[in-house]
Ligand binder design. Structure first.
Ligand SMILES: [Zn+2]
Length: 107
């Protein structure tokens, strides 16, 4: 699924995230950080990219977690995925529409 930057820019903007496989908008994540000479990028959603950068340093990403598969295989990432899949889209766009309209302050 990983592709070079130029291919990514040409198309495939809504391929979905290669890490969690959700069809959400993505941006390029450098599997090997660019400052370490990485060129290959993978479409990554905001949630996964956030987690990856909080969990591993650039050095670790370069030396040990330099492919999508290695990151996915890590127990920490799998735990994160289980959490992520429990989140429904409504968790991010929570509304009060199912409740009584009269209680809505912004009717
Ligand atoms: Zn993702």
């Amino acid at each position: 699924m990983a592709m070079l930057l130029k291919d990514y820019q040409i198309g495939c903007m809504i391929e979905g995230c290669v890490f969690c496989k959700r069809k959400v908008s993505t941006r390029g994540h450098h599997v090997v950080p660019r400052c370490k000479g990485g060129e290959e990028i993978a479409p990554t959603c905001h949630s996964c990219e956030d987690f990856i950068h909080k969990t591993w340093s650039h050095k670790e990403l370069r030396d040990a977690f330099n492919t999508v598969e290695k990151i996915q295989a890590d127990p920490r990432f799998q735990k994160f995925l289980r959490w992520l899949y429990k989140q429904q889209p409504s968790a991010f766009f929570r509304t009060r529409r199912n409740r009584s309209r009269s209680s809505q302050p912004y009717g």
